[in-house]
Ligand binder design. Structure first.
Ligand code: GLC
Length: 713
């Protein structure tokens, strides 16, 4: 009857679940053509269709043996495969997998091609661990550095987040493993995340909080999108018709499957009507029954149910095309994790001490030197295949130096002068002191936001005391989001931001400190001088019911640069062991229509003695706009590797989207004719060239009620 092959079932009963886990021994024939799916859909009973729309367990969709519909296994993500051994239960430690650097570090590489490579490695591990869809990447904007999941998200800028996530999704899906772009939308805080109502105006929503999702959906077609827990403008993410149907499915043309975050569905019938195709986790017979009854009593149109079933079937059969099982190369993936970590780490300060030059005595201080702090807490927590201990890595590179170690601080936040005194004594007699500082685990975790941006009192006192006796001190930071440094930043000779660096981060730190790798990472999130400077400060985290995104489109550097607020380290900032010169900045045209492209060109030279990589950034400034716009917006970037003395000409394309902003009256991205400045820089605050461009908008838009013309000089 169907074109698919007769599939041989192997039923495996496990004592735990008493459910039959069907191991399909042969890939399915192509069943994802609409004809076949329509045939299959017609064969399904109402009960079967309703059952398919809720998971059969915590990590799998429901297999329907009668019709040869397999289950589809989903696992976190996003920076490793967290495969719980039995997809029908919650229990059990995750199987070993490579814990790659988290998204905060990934974004800091500014290397989109490297994301594709990472994606393929993640896919290979998913295949080996029999996972069909990886629950990631998470691309919510970092509205405030207090956000508990900032370690798991990319940036304060939607262009950078969208570009990096697109390449990651392309890499994962290139090997036939699906992704789940999350959390759609406006999961920007953990405080009351299951219920809080995010109040966001339509322009801010599209221009900031949906923009990265739009980029990835249109460019990379993720197999699934995961709805967020929170409400958006009064409707839960799981039943937000405007978001899931009007924007995601109709406006953007998303043809994949919308899945709920785990436990995000409140009313299954309302969720189906709102565009939510698959509720996770399952099983939930009460919810299935409610759907059946709703169709039978006419409160839910069966066509709506069928639309979700179609999307689920198409995804399930697409997943079934990729044979699962086998192994993955743990050594090669650990090496890739190290490479990515070393590309994402950021040299924030260096007064001539790095790279280290064969010190004879090293004082290694800090618990994080022994207990590597390489990931955050919550659903993304990976069981690593191996962990490179930072102290062991130092010993490996320090060839013969005397190395002392002391704890300096403990995970608890109590003050301990004895630990500080011990560290001071060891630092005093050393040539160089290395202080490894990690935020306490609960400060980088799903489910809880930070209440401050500080290190602990003990950690601050430790840094100050050690630096007071040892000017050659390097502070190495393991944190998933910005910290304030005002009390101690002048004390150490160098600061290396190592992030939640993944399992190989210990090696990556040592390679940078000893100059085997020239640091090239740059900030994807501004480090403010103090918490009260941050854009969302007066609107965070809201009341127990709602949070108002009062700062609008002005988040991150869009806020700091428009208001000219001093920051500790700006967006796009990062040092190198070499230096670069920028010459001959030019445009391929100085006047274009918005239907045309223009290239930004600049020659970059490595003027130092060490090979290195530079990240050239292109920002756009609209000199005059009907609605207010940020002082600058990132619209292009390129990472270029240069040998000492080498020059390369970098070309960065701009197009309609580089000049457009979202106008709520027109409910679309629009351009306005006028003068623009193209800023070429190596951070949002370090601009090397300003180039003039005249844009002619070809849009025929009805006049709006706007009366003011905002002019920026
Ligand atoms: C969690 C997270 C989500 C994760 C899911 C499954 O609550 O919000 O990111 O993929 O549940 O663990």
């Amino acid at each position: 009857v169907y074109t698919m092959k007769i599939v041989l079932y192997l039923g495996v009963f496990t004592p735990k679940t008493s459910k039959c886990i069907i191991a399909f021994t042969k890939p399915f024939a192509k069943v994802n053509t609409m004809t076949n799916l329509e045939t299959l859909l017609k064969e399904m009973t109402l009960e079967e269709k309703a059952a398919l729309c809720t998971g059969a367990g915590p990590w799998t969709t429901k297999p329907i043996e009668r019709l040869g519909i397999p289950g589809m296994i989903m696992s976190d993500g996003p920076h490793g495969v967290r495969r719980i051994p039995n997809e029908y239960t919650w229990e059990g430690d995750a199987l070993p997998a490579t814990c790659f650097p988290t998204a905060a570090c990934l974004a800091s590489t500014w290397d989109a091609d490297l994301m594709y490579t990472l994606g393929q490695a993640l896919a290979k591990e998913a295949i080996a661990l029999k996972v069909d869809v990886l629950l990631g990447p998470g691309i919510n904007m970092k509205r405030s550095p207090l956000g508990g999941r900032n370690f798991e998200y990319f940036s304060e800028d939607p262009f950078l987040a969208g570009k990096m996530a697109s390449h990651l999704v392309n890499g994962i899906q290139s090997l036939g493993v699906g992704t789940s772009l999350k959390h759609f939308a406006a999961n920007n805080q953990e405080y009351r995340r299951f219920s809080i109502n995010a109040k966001i105006d339509e322009r801010t929503l599209h221009e900031i909080y949906l923009a990265a999702f739009e980029t990835v959906v249109k460019n990379s077609k993720p197999w699934t999108v995961m709805c967020a827990y929170n409400k958006l403008n009064g409707y839960y993410g799981s039943e937000n018709y405007h978001l899931l149907v009007e924007i995601l499915k109709k406006k953007w043309g998303f043809e994949g499957m919308v899945i709920s975050d785990w436990g995000a569905v409140h009313d299954r019938v309302a969720a189906l009507a709102g565009g939510l195709d698959l509720e996770m986790p399952g099983p939930n017979d009460r919810r299935v029954k409610a759907v059946i009854e709703a169709v039978q009593n006419g409160t839910l149109d069966e066509g709506t149910l069928d639309e979700s079933v179609r999307r689920i079937l198409a995804t399930v059969f697409k997943a079934a095309q990729t044979p699962k099982g086998g192994t993955f190369d743990q050594t090669a993936h650990h090496e890739l994790a190290r490479q990515i970590a070393s590309e994402g780490m950021i040299l924030l300060k260096n007064i001539g001490i790095l790279p280290l030059n064969k010190p004879k005595q090293l004082a290694v201080i800090g618990a994080a030197a022994k207990q590597a702090h390489f990931q955050g807490g919550g659903s993304s927590h990976i069981n690593p295949t191996i962990v490179s201990e930072p102290l062991a890595a130092i010993k490996h590179f320090a060839d013969g130096a005397v190395i002392t170690y002391c704890e300096g601080y403990t995970e608890k936040e109590n003050y301990d002068q004895v630990l500080i005194d011990e560290a001071v004594n060891q630092a005093r007699s050393a040539e160089v002191a290395l202080i490894y500082i990690a935020l306490p685990l609960e400060k980088d975790s799903e489910g809880i936001d930070r209440s401050d941006l500080d290190l602990t009192v003990q950690q601050i006192a430790l840094i100050q005391a050690v630096c007071a006796v040892q000017p050659n001190t390097v502070v190495i930071l393991n944190n998933g989001a910005p910290i304030v440094m005002g009390e101690w930043i002048n004390a150490p000779a160098a600061i290396l931001e190592a992030w939640t660096m993944g399992q190989a981060g210990g090696d990556a730190i040592a390679e940078i400190l000893f100059g085997k790798v020239n640091p090239s990472g740059k900030l994807a999130e501004t480090f403010p001088r103090k918490l009260s400077d941050t854009p969302a400060f007066v609107n965070w985290p809201g009341s127990h019911r709602e949070v108002n995104y009062g700062e609008g489109i002005f988040i991150g550097y869009r806020y700091y640069d428009t208001k000219d607020i001093p920051v500790q380290f700006p967006f796009g900032y990062g040092l190198s062991y070499t230096s670069f010169a920028y010459n001959n900045a030019r445009l391929s045209a100085t006047s274009i229509k918005d239907t045309e492209k223009v290239a930004v060109l600049i020659d970059v030279t490595n003027t130092g003695k060490m090979a290195g990589k530079e990240i050239v950034q292109v920002y756009v400034h609209d000199k005059k706009s009907v609605l207010i716009r940020p002082q600058k917006e990132l619209k292009g970037f390129a990472k270029v590797a240069l040998e000492p003395g080498e020059t390369k000409s970098v070309s960065i394309p701009l197009d309609f989207s580089s000049f457009a902003y979202y106008h709520p009256d027109h409910d679309r991205w629009i351009t306005e004719s006028g003068e623009f400045e193209i800023l070429v820089g190596t951070s949002s605050r370090n601009i090397h060239a300003r180039l003039g461009l005249t844009l002619e908008s070809t849009l025929q838009l009805p006049s709006t009620l706007d009366i003011s013309s905002t002019i920026f000089d």
